[in-house]
Structure formats: structure tokens, C-alpha cells
Design a protein around this ligand. Structure first.
Ligand SMILES: [Fe+2]
Length: 349
């Protein structure tokens, strides 16, 4: 019964919108097919959804910039229009109707480019998010600040925990670059100020509690990149103390199975960090649904080449073998980059 209750609890968090109940993974079974993506411009065609539906994910994760609705005033009319337009995109609408979903936001569905805690209309923006994503009336996100959230799926030995961070609501101001556009410091430079935060105190405490819960695989969804170094766009490395704090928290909680998922960058790539981490931590960045560019980022932590075309990410889990196959796929569903994970290697030794 515990298993049934857990799945039911997760399913309740996954209703795409009121009146439309996407089925949870059948019978309490463990997840084996997960897809994720970010950066979906509702004003442009989104042909990739056909390939997403062909992949038939049991769970789909929106990693932010799920619409582009930067606002110019407190009525948020641009963001309202963006969400309304997204409901009219057939593949997007079908996903919301048929597939269990989880979502967090990034700057362009928060309401302003690269915005953080200072954004004046974040409460109204949050209401639009909760409505669009059909977040239930009794969901804890409605009773606290921000949109951080977690859900678990499957029996204990095959449990997937999805932790969706809010990297906007609490985030301190970024330190602007002194040489705009220069390689490695395009917009921002690292800020070593110990008073600055990405997650804020309440979300840090919540995350510590989540990381102490048992799981076999933890997908930590951060709209901005966690591990990527060497570029001066938004990333956790803008606040190196916070980035190290995240690694230290994973070590202190003995959290096994961590894989970061991110978006935002308009490129796809895999990364791995070994410095200052309890074990080699992988990251998959999938961006975007229909906004992607070739990048010249030096990528000191990157594994392989950048995927410079529209893409979505997939995770195929073989529980019997203890392995997961991650891939970045193009609009034809074909694999453009891949990363094999040994789940047993995702723990401190
Ligand atoms: Fe973004």
C-alpha cells in the first residue's frame, strides 16, 4: 500500500491542467523512460514534439523558459499571452494532456531576462505558472515562496527522485562583466561574496531534507547550468561559493545517484565535474525546443561536442543492469550525443 500511496501522491502533483488527468506510471512500476527539455518559444514552430511523442516518455520534465513572456509592466500581459499561445501548439498541448509532467521556470517564464529575487512581479508570475501547469490547490508550492518542488516514483530500490530547483525567486544580483561579450565573461563574472545566494535559506534547508530521502537516481533540475565552466552567461559558477555548497551538501547528506538536468543555454551538451565533488557528478543540458545555436564555449567540463540544434533529452533506465543511457535527440528523434551512466558509480566511495 505504501507503494500505491507514493505513486498516487506523485500523480496528484502531475495533473497537467484541471480536468485533464494524465495517467501516472502504470501500477507503481519504476520509471524507465524520462524526457526533458527547455526553451520553447511559443512564437515559432515547435516541430520537435512529434519526436517527443514518438519517444513516449513516462515522465516529461520542463526545465524552464517553457514559454517566452518577458514582461514590461505589472499586468504581465506578455506572459499571459505567451501561456495562451502555448496552449494552442498541438504537440505541446498533447503533452500537457497525455503525459505526466513536472516543471520549473527560468528567466523568460519568470518574467525578465536573467532576473532574480529583485523581479517585482514574481508573485503574479508564479500564479500564472501554477495555473498553466495545473498545480493542485493543496500543493505546498502554493503555501511557500518560490516554486521549488520534488516528486518520487517507483519502489525504494528503483526509486527516481526528481528535485526541481527554483534558481530565480531568491537569487542575488549577478555581478556584471567588465568586458561585455569577451570570451569567458560575456555577461557576468564570478562573485565570491559570501552573502550572495542562488537558492536562498529556505530552499537550501528543503533541499538538504530531500537529499536525505532514499532514492536510486536523483534528477536535480536546475534551469541554469550547474557544472559548465568557462563561459560568462548565467550559471552556478557566477556564485562559486554556492556551487561548492551544493557539492558539499551532496557529500554531507550522502546523496547517491545525483544527475543534474539543465536548460537555458540554447545548446545541448553533457558535462562532468570531479573537483570538489563526493563522486563524479554528471549534467545534461538540453536547450532548446526550438531555440538553439552553435556555441564556441570552451567547456572545460564538457563531455564531447555541443549539440547546436533543437533538441530534447532522454533517459532510458535499465534497472536490471543498474545503468542509464542519456541522450540528446534532434527533431527527427535521432541521437546527437549520448552519455552512459553506471548508477553504482554515483555514490561516494
Ligand atoms: Fe534562460
Amino acid at each position: 500500500m505504501l507503494r500505491r500511496r507514493l505513486i498516487a501522491g506523485s500523480a496528484a502533483l502531475l495533473l497537467p491542467r484541471a480536468g485533464h488527468s494524465a495517467p501516472p506510471p502504470a501500477g507503481g512500476a519504476s520509471l524507465t523512460r524520462i524526457a526533458f527539455a527547455s526553451c520553447a518559444d511559443q512564437g515559432q514552430p515547435q516541430p520537435i514534439w512529434t519526436a517527443v511523442h514518438d519517444y513516449a516518455p513516462e515522465l516529461f520534465i520542463f526545465a524552464g523558459d517553457n514559454v517566452y513572456g518577458d514582461v514590461s509592466s505589472g499586468d504581465l500581459r506578455e506572459l499571459r499571452a505567451a501561456y495562451a499561445a502555448a496552449t494552442e501548439i498541438p504537440g505541446y498541448a498533447r503533452l500537457r494532456r497525455e503525459t505526466p509532467l513536472l516543471a520549473t521556470w527560468d528567466d523568460h517564464d519568470y518574467g525578465a531576462n536573467d532576473a532574480g529575487a529583485e523581479f517585482p512581479w514574481k508573485q503574479a508570475s508564479k500564479e500564472l505558472f501554477l495555473s498553466f501547469w495545473g498545480v493542485p490547490a493543496d500543493d505546498p508550492r502554493r503555501a511557500r515562496e518560490g516554486l521549488y518542488h520534488a516528486a518520487t516514483f517507483g519502489p525504494p530500490e528503483r526509486r527516481v527522485q526528481v528535485v526541481l530547483l527554483d534558481t530565480r525567486w531568491f537569487r542575488s544580483p549577478l555581478k556584471p562583466t567588465d568586458r561585455r561579450g569577451a570570451a569567458g565573461r560575456e555577461r557576468y563574472v564570478a562573485d565570491d561574496d559570501p552573502a550572495k545566494t542562488v537558492l536562498g535559506a529556505a530552499q537550501w534547508d528543503w533541499l538538504a531534507a530531500r537529499l536525505r530521502e532514499p532514492a536510486a537516481l536523483r534528477l536535480i533540475v536546475s534551469s541554469i547550468q550547474v557544472l559548465a565552466e568557462g563561459h560568462g552567461w548565467e550559471r552556478w559558477g557566477n556564485f562559486p561559493r554556492e556551487r561548492q555548497r551544493l557539492f558539499d551538501l551532496i557529500a554531507a547528506t550522502a546523496a547517491n545517484g545525483v544527475v543534474f538536468l539543465s536548460g537555458d543555454r540554447h545548446l545541448g551538451a553533457f558535462y562532468r565535474e570531479t573537483a570538489g565533488t563526493p563522486y563524479p557528478l554528471p549534467e545534461a543540458t538540453s536547450s532548446g525546443i526550438n531555440k538553439a545555436f552553435r556555441s564556441r564555449e570552451p567547456g572545460p567540463n564538457r563531455l564531447g561536442e555541443v549539440v547546436g540544434e533543437a533538441n530534447f533529452g532522454t533517459i532510458d533506465i535499465d534497472w536490471n543492469a543498474g545503468r542509464a543511457a542519456m541522450a540528446l535527440r534532434g527533431i527527427d528523434g535521432g541521437i546527437r550525443a549520448s552519455l552512459a551512466l553506471d548508477l553504482a558509480a554515483l555514490r561516494a566511495r
